[in-house]
Every structure is written in structure tokens, then in C-alpha cells.
Write a protein that binds this ligand. Structure first.
Ligand code: SF4
Length: 373
């Protein structure tokens, strides 16, 4: 079992908080970019040794900016060169302003069966501050249209925004719950370097909520979504009726994947590699058949740390019993587990270490304390 990720590094405009790899001036080289992504897909076809591809994910950037022929060329290349299973989950990240009947039909025709819609907020003031290209009304209409066309849906929401409070967040959640996507991802706003938000914060132009208020908002997200029937199966991810994101769940379970396009990461344990995060450089290097990526071999300890970090964030937990059969776990680890268990932050179930509700508030701290240096 394995996954494929394709990074589409184009966006209409830069969102205030975003540090993903993308360019807003891409028209001059978009064809070359698609050709190079296709070249990369073909050139790495033997990397997975015929493993079955069960998930394909178009991320970005903004994959909903792909033209019909571009999307079709990428999908066809993948199906022609990889062992894709019968009913793969194929997700495309789409911004609400790109969603209309014509686009939905094109995506349907190209086997896309799941859309990840970047809504972020239903409040137009928030959207203006974020410099999003859509309005709240467009997001509502986009979700309704996509539902009509029978796509599985996941919707992204951001909390912890400047001027946010529990009342505004509750309204946002209520709107989202009313629209009833199968899956919801809720992230707390974080300040990343080299973003507009970072500049604003450095110059005291923006006031973000204190950590305790962010925690309150997180607890409200969990409470509202659980009440509405969503299961929090990963710290930031919620699903109804078992509609977990298969592609992302496979990342957390450390299942191999190949990433194509500038900045895309690949992971075939114990090897991780990442492509150059510069559009023209990526095109230049691929065109000359030169090396366009860096890679590293993860040690057993690094793999263990990765498993702790990703496993703890999910309802499946960190599979201690499994790791005990593969590697020597030091005594300190068990001492730390006992401490966190006494604090009520973790529990052990059938050899798996799982975070409690209180533990989820401290997930990063707990993982870092359990890391093996
Ligand atoms: S949040 Fe999405 S749409 Fe906005 S700049 Fe980042 S990648 Fe582009």
C-alpha cells in the first residue's frame, strides 16, 4: 500500500498566514511546470516496486487552478505508470472561488472523488484579513454544489485568529456543521516566518489571542464537532461515519508515499526526500536531468521518534508493542510514560499509547519528552 502526492505550486494571491510553497506569477511557465511534474512521475515509476497506490492527493498551492488538460495529463500518467488500486481515494484541494458546475464535472470526469475545500472562516471580515480570494457566500455555495455532485468533502477551518472569540467561533462551527461535510480539519493559526502575518506580528500590527484563549477555542472546536457526531481521530481532524482521510491517515501510520512537484516530500522508510522548493529551479534541473532533490536516511531512533510524534496525534496511538519487537526501548521512556499516565495525559490500551483529552492539549510537549535523543 502506498500514496502519491502532487504539489501544484500556483496560487491566485498570497494568504496572510501561508508559508506553503507557491507562486502567484506562474502563467509564463505553467506548461513547463506541468511537463516537468509529468516527467518526474514517469521517471520515478519503479520507486515503489509495484506497491498498490491506494490514495492520490493534489495539494498546493491551489490544485483547483489546474486546467482540464493539465489535470487529465497528470492523472492519466499516474494511472498508466503506477499500480493504482480499484477504488483509490483521489483528493483535490479546491478553493471556493474555483468551484462551479463546470469545474466539478471536470474533476468528476478525471476520477477525483474527494475535495478538500479551503474555507477557513465564514466571516467575511476574517477572510479579508486573511487575504483569501473568496467570500463566505461563495464557500457556502461551493460546499452545497459539491455535495450535490456527490463528492466526499473535507473542509478546513482556522481558529485562534486576531479578534476572535468563542462566540464568533461558535457561529463559524454552527455554519459548518449545518453544511455537513463528511470531514473537517481545524487548525490553530500559527505565525510562520516570511509571511505577512510574521511581519505584522513583528511590528505589533496584529494581536493574536493568548495561548490560554487558543486552548479554549480548541476545546470548543472539539466539543461542538463531537456533539455534531464528528470523531476527533487526529488532533486537528474530525470525521463523520468513518470518513477518515485515508491519504493523511497513511502519513500518520508511516505508510510510504511519493511526492511530485516543487517542495514535495517523499517517504519510503527509512528514506525521506524533498524536492527543491523553487519553481524555476525545479523546471531547470528536471529539464537538464540534474538532481532536483535532497534526501536523508533516517536512523532507527529517528524513525521511532517519527512514530511517536505522528502516532500520538491519532486515536490509533503510538504502537509501543509493535516497536518493542523491533527495537530496544530505553528505560527512561517507560519512566516518562508512567509520569504522563499519572498526570492523566496518556493511557495505555492493548500495547498502544494514546493521548487523553487533557493530553491532546499538550501533544507536542508530550511527544518531545518521549523522543529518544
Ligand atoms: S493558503 Fe492556500 S490559497 Fe492561500 S496562499 Fe497558501 S496555498 Fe495559496
Amino acid at each position: 500500500m502506498a500514496g502519491i502526492y502532487i504539489h501544484i505550486p500556483f496560487c491566485k494571491q498570497a494568504c496572510t498566514y501561508c508559508d506553503f510553497h507557491f507562486s502567484t506569477t506562474f502563467e509564463a511557465y505553467r506548461m513547463e511546470m506541468i511537463d516537468c511534474i509529468i516527467q518526474e512521475i514517469v521517471s520515478r515509476k519503479s520507486s515503489l516496486l509495484d506497491q498498490e497506490i491506494t490514495t492520490i492527493y493534489f495539494g498546493g498551492g491551489t490544485p483547483s487552478l489546474l486546467l482540464e488538460n493539465e489535470l487529465n495529463a497528470i492523472i492519466t500518467t499516474i494511472f498508466n505508470h503506477y499500480n493504482v488500486c480499484e477504488n483509490p481515494e483521489i483528493t483535490l484541494e479546491a478553493n471556493p472561488d474555483d468551484i462551479n458546475m463546470k469545474a466539478l464535472q471536470i474533476w468528476k470526469n478525471n476520477n477525483i472523488n474527494r475535495l478538500s475545500i479551503g474555507v477557513q472562516s465564514f466571516d467575511n471580515e476574517d477572510l479579508t484579513w486573511m487575504n483569501r480570494a473568496h467570500r463566505s457566500e461563495e464557500a457556502i455555495q461551493a460546499i452545497q454544489l459539491a455535495k450535490k455532485m456527490n463528492f466526499l468533502l473535507t473542509v478546513d477551518l482556522i481558529y485562534g485568529l486576531p479578534n476572535s472569540n468563542l462566540e464568533k467561533l461558535e457561529k463559524n462551527l454552527a455554519k459548518l456543521i449545518e453544511l455537513a461535510p463528511e470531514h473537517i480539519s481545524c487548525y490553530c493559526l500559527t505565525v510562520e516566518e516570511k509571511t505577512v502575518l510574521h511581519h505584522q506580528q513583528k511590528n505589533n500590527l496584529v494581536q493574536l489571542p493568548e495561548e490560554e484563549h487558543q486552548a479554549e477555542q480548541f476545546l470548543m472546536v472539539v466539543a461542538c464537532l463531537e456533539k455534531a457526531g464528528y470523531l476527533q481521530y487526529e488532533i486537528s481532524n474530525f470525521a463523520k461515519d468513518g470518513h477518515f482521510a485515508q491519504h493523511n491517515s497513511n502519513y500518520w501510520k508511516m505508510i510510504p508515499y511519493l511526492g511530485f512537484g516543487p517542495s514535495a516530500h517523499s517517504f519510503i522508510p527509512p528514506r525521506r526526500r524533498w524536492n527543491v522548493a523553487a519553481n524555476r529551479k525545479y523546471i531547470q534541473l528536471l529539464s537538464k536531468n540534474e538532481k532536483y532533490f535532497e534526501e536523508e536516511l533516517l536512523s532507527e531512533k529517528e524513525l521511532l521518534n517519527e512514530a511517536i510524534m505522528t502516532g500520538l496525534r491519532t486515536i490509533w496511538g503510538f504502537d509501543l508493542a509493535n516497536w518493542q519487537t523491533k527495537t530496544q526501548i530505553p528505560k527512561d521512556f517507560y519512566t516518562q510514560i508512567n509520569t504522563f499516565q499519572s498526570a492523566g495525559w496518556i493511557k495505555e490500551e492493548n500495547g498502544k499509547i494514546i493521548l487523553t483529552k487533557q493530553g491532546k492539549l499538550r501533544a507536542d510537549y508530550i511527544a518531545s519528552e518521549l523522543f529518544q535523543l
